[in-house]
Design a binder for this molecule. Structure first.
Ligand code: GLA
Length: 717
């Protein structure tokens, strides 16, 4: 840090800004580490006054790269911040007040956030003197990741309320826009299709107004140089540590420079900032890679593993589970469940999960959400008795909840009809026959916390599946005043995070898995509370190749719930071999979603072998370095490999979607191995040098038939 230049860096990346005359922070650089930077050269590039006489005349602001541009001063592009004053005007002029660099990474009040001691954090405070608004921008660089973590805190230092119309977490101005934009888009049961297209002038991106990150897209984008591949080339990736409405977009201006913005969606958003009060934005993670998309993903994965996921299971083996949902749906009783659990225990499963339908009188999805009391028609001896019997089989016990919801047919709704999100006088729009509890209210937060905590305290529950199966409609809160209704979506998230924080602290032994009709809230926000997320309701192995491949752009295997299910598959009708289902599912948090008693004998034997094998290699499968090798978005084959940190063990997974006659085995160049080590493939007994596997590649013969798959364990001597 000198008079004008602020330069934050670790061994591999640099982030730099320059204070222009008058104290406007100009963005200079984010990329591979540089030893020094010459701001004058950057100013010349942008045709800005070289004599430092920076002013507002002539609107040079319009082509200045900014750190945190605000609306209204001659900056014609969209900015990161819009604040309305009491007089209704929306001009904001933020100037430098102070900057300091501290050791470590402060948390964010009420929001999920990255953490870690091996970091430096820059706090840059800017002020609008007229509005009496202070904005503190926070930038963290950890020693061990090529990333900068950013957020903004707005404080009203005056004596009149201010109205925040937009406060993004990230604005990153890039000197050019020669990039492809990569985003994820999809729907229920086909989440996260990978979309890559060149940036063009104007605005482009993805967003959600659903009250959740959504099945339809993710709060993530990547900019890859057109020539960048999986293995090489420059890539910038950005993701939000948040689970609600968001926007992630890039604006390409008339000079072809690119502006990346990420934050809480400003559509359907406004926040009244009373005097003396602060507003904290969620944080955004921006990673930098010169090693292509693979390098970008490894940075994201490391952030998730070392700086985001907490608790007992953060680095621990995840229990192999069996979930009864696709085995029974709502139609079960104690006897049926125990028969499933018994065979599961014999096969080596470690955790039995009772899914939807155990409470109230829930025989279909049309009732009882909110009434978290055991259905004694189905479980006459009570939940506790079932838990004991499952424990006696040597299994842990897991339970499904959907705590954020209420069914109109429930005691909770009859007692508190105003506790759901609704607009007075309008029909309450139901989805899956349910309404959303208004978690912006503290009484509702208390109820939700207590209802779940009581069940966990009364029964020895080892695992919770926290589901959320619908999105916002008729958005209104009975508690918020008229001028604060637009705060509801963000207040809902703050309420949810508060409930989750209390629960995970009170029950540190419980493994939580988040779910939202599958992967409808697969984001870094949820991962801070729950170390794994159900990837998709689609358990078909071939569809899962696509979903897990694209999910891995951001999230590591230990975050992805993935299960073997019955065939014909319940979502696609496809029949795939048991080996393929196993190979794909074991690439994440492994489990089963079927009744093992109904499997053909050969398949049950295969299941036992899968489970025994996963127990020996799961540390590598969950926590190894994950590399994508062949993309299902480009062709017929999918391949990936996970390599243990010491590079002595690796698991290679290859799946071919459609059988083709008279074709060669795919020749695959592996990645992440030690070139100097010799690896033996446990399944074939063949040995290869790491350098051969990575440079010449290895031909992997696949079995006959559609959806054929192979999984190899490679061990170095
Ligand atoms: C959602 C989940 C499923 C299952 C059902 C139960 O769809 O994604 O895994 O739990 O709810 O109703």
């Amino acid at each position: 840090m000198n008079d004008r230049l602020i330069h934050l860096r670790n061994d591999r990346v640099s982030y730099a800004m320059n204070l222009l005359e008058g104290g406007i922070p100009m963005h200079l650089y984010f990329g591979a580490r540089v030893e020094s930077l010459n701001p004058v050269a950057m100013l010349r590039h942008n045709d800005l006054p070289l004599d430092g006489s920076f002013g507002l005349n002539g609107c040079p602001l319009d082509h200045t790269p900014h750190e945190y541009p605000s609306f209204g001063l001659g900056e014609m592009r969209e900015g990161a911040l819009t604040v309305r004053a009491q007089d209704g005007t929306r001009t904001c002029d933020l100037r430098f007040v102070s900057a300091d660099i501290i050791d470590g990474k402060p948390g964010l009040e009420g929001l999920p956030a990255t953490f870690g001691d091996n970091a430096k954090t820059l706090r840059l405070t800017l002020r609008d003197e007229l509005l009496k608004l202070d904005v503190t921008l926070s930038y963290t660089i950890f020693d061990d990741v090529d990333a900068v973590i950013r957020s903004a805190k707005l404080t009203n230092t005056g004596d009149a309320a201010l109205y925040i119309e937009r406060a993004y977490s990230l604005c990153l101005d890039l000197p050019d826009s020669r990039y492809d934009l990569i985003t994820l888009s999809g729907a229920w049961s086909r989440e996260r299709e990978m979309i890559r297209r060149p940036l063009t002038p104007g605005e482009q991106g993805v967003s959600s107004l659903r009250g959740a990150t959504s099945l339809q897209t993710s709060n993530f984008l990547a900019l890859a140089r057109p020539e960048a591949t999986e293995a090489q080339g420059e890539v910038i990736g950005a993701a939000l540590v948040y689970s609600g409405n968001f926007t992630a977009k890039v604006h390409v201006d008339s000079h072809r420079s690119g502006r990346v913005m990420l934050g809480v969606n400003d559509v359907d958003f406004e926040w009244t900032l009373e005097p003396g009060v602060s507003f904290q934005t969620p944080e955004a993670v921006t990673v930098y890679s010169v090693e292509g998309l693979d390098g970008m993903s490894r940075q994201f994965h490391r952030i998730c593993a070392e700086h985001l996921v907490r608790g007992k299971y953060a680095h621990a083996p995840r229990p192999i589970l069996l979930n009864n949902w696709e085995a029974t749906y709502f139609n079960f009783n104690e006897e049926k469940l125990l028969a499933i659990a018994k065979t599961a225990a014999e096969a080596g499963v470690e955790l039995f999960v009772l899914d939807d339908g155990w409470f109230g009188h829930r025989d279909s999805d049309n009732s009882s959400l909110g009434d978290w009391k055991t259905d004694l028609n189905k479980l006459p001896a009570g939940l506790g008795s079932l838990v004991e019997k499952v424990h006696a089989l040597g299994l842990k016990f897991g339970l499904w909840f959907e705590p954020e919801m209420v069914s109109p047919d429930s005691d909770l709704y009859r007692a508190h009809p105003d506790w759901c999100i609704h607009v007075e006088g309008r029909p309450r729009v139901e989805n899956r026959n349910q309404l959303i509890l208004d978690l912006s209210r503290t009484d509702v937060q208390d109820y939700v916390y207590q209802a779940v905590a009581d069940v966990l305290a009364e029964n020895a529950i080892d695992y919770v599946k926290w589901d959320m199966n619908r999105n916002f409609a008729t958005v209104g809160s009975a508690k918020l005043p008229a001028d604060r209704q637009k705060e509801l979506p963000h207040r809902y998230m703050l309420g949810l995070y508060a409930v989750l924080e209390k629960l995970v602290n009170r029950f540190p032994e419980v493994l939580f898995e988040s779910c939202a009709s599958g992967g409808g809230r697969f984001d870094m926000g949820m991962l801070h509370y729950m170390p794994q997320t159900w990837c998709s309701d689609n358990t078909d192995a071939l569809t899962r190749c696509r979903i897990q491949y694209a999910t891995s752009l951001i999230f590591p295997p230990f975050a992805m719930g993935s299960h073997v299910s019955a065939v014909p598959n319940h979502q696609t009708g496809r029949v795939t071999p048991i080996d393929t289902r196993g190979n794909v599912a074991m690439s994440g948090c492994f489990g089963y979603e079927l009744d093992l008693n109904r499997l053909p004998a050969d398949d049950l034997e295969a299941v036992k072998r899968q489970i025994a094998r996963v127990k020996t290699i799961r540390q590598t499968l969950l926590y190894g370095d994950f590399h994508r090798l062949l993309s299902p978005f480009d062709g017929n084959d999918t391949a990936w490999i996970t390599v243990s940190p010491d590079k002595t063990e690796a698991v290679l997974m290859v799946t071919r979607a459609q059988a083709q006659s008279y074709t060669f085995a795919p020749l695959i160049r592996l990645r992440g191995l030690d070139p100097a080590k010799t690896y033996t493939v446990a399944e074939t007994g063949e040995s290869y040098s790491g350098s051969e596997l990575m440079n010449a590649g290895v031909a992997v013969p696949l079995p006959w038939g559609d959806a054929a798959s192979v999984s190899w364990t490679l061990r170095a001597q």
